[in-house]
Design a binder for this molecule. Sequence first.
Ligand code: HAM
Length: 420
Amino acid sequence: MTQPTFSTHLGMVDILPDETPKWQKLEQIIHEEARKFNFEEIRTPILEQTELIARGVGELTDIVTKEMFAFERGDDHYVLRPECTAPVVRAFVEHHLDQRGGSQKLYYIGPMFRAERPQKGRQRQFHQFGAEILGADDPIADVDMIALMMSIYNRIGISNTTLKINSVGDPESRKAYKNALKDYFRPKLDQLSDISQKRFENNPMRILDSKEEEDQPFIEDAPIITDFLNEATAAHYTEVKNHLDSLGISYEEDPHLVRGLDYYTRTAFELISPDLGAQDALGGGGRYDLLVEEVGGQPTPAVGFAAGMERLLIACEELDIELAEPKSVDIYIVTIGDNARKWALKHLPKLRNADISATMDYIGRSVKAQMKDADRENARYSIIVGDNELKKGKFTLRNMKESEEQALDFDAIIKKLSDQ
Ligand code: HAM
């Protein structure tokens, strides 16, 4: 009988042990930068109510119409979260986080799920880090949050990026703009792609996001939203730009930037990298001043961003940025015989308690094979332990790189390694 073979689902990727060190390093950098900006971590469940995502992200978005992993169990409708803004807003409302006072500055790291067609930089399970500020209307909040996003890329050394910004207006400005867009596209409707024709009625702004060749000439000459902003929204947008200028964060205005989620109001932005190919958005975000109300909370202005971690790591690869050191262990205990193995097992904790990483062979290999294994493990030091060494209480500590050896007792070995 043939054994079945198993593999991950399409677009779902194992992160193997050779890869995890750079993920850990990236996560560490995110935690450290978030702490400097005084953001607090929030962790929400992977599964949410389908209705929350449909309402939050928008019934007509690609995410909700085509890309949700959703299922039912009993009377409950579950969806694997495709993003984390709606879940964070749900948690904010459900747990009355506004009562903690002031604006809530939250961040998260974790897997998201979208049933998209996989390609480089696009997976069905992918990871985001993101941040949200709930309860702040001031353009300073928009810009401090963009500064947090940029600080993570800058620290890693990904500096060849373009920050694109736009204002997608408040409901009043958007109504006027949508009408103008419809008036503009209506006479050209039969020349637009099928997908844009579908968007025309309910969501004409999404036509601007079309990647279809035949739509491009029409998009180029389409009216731009910034001509339709009311006074307050225009002033907010100007202040965002002024604050970005004052921080020396360069940006490009892109009046056609609309983003693929429906909750945005006013500021919208994307961070683009030329090192990524077709899926060139490292991250994106903006204001969503109406979402908290939409999900049942009090009116609460809010702004946030999320960034793809796989894409960040692809950019690192393209730029030859090594995020993590190659794996290594401080000391490998090479054993000869059963007494030595028992001694090693008892002495490993003493090393580890002194913050020294330490390992030994579990499968009874020869001394030669253990030395080879120590090399493969990138051990900085090894000691060989046999009956002779145990009798004398002295061990030959070998510096693996420099091939130097020194005879020391066990306490001296701990001291030497912890001094380094
Ligand atoms: P988003 O633009 O849908 O925004 O996703 C943010 C980032 O997640 C993208 O720029 C990209 O780097 C990454 N990403 C999205 N889909 C995939 C995928 N299939 N494979 C790999 N990476 C992907 C949001 O999710 C909003 N929640 C951002 C936000 C937060 N707005 C306000 N607050």
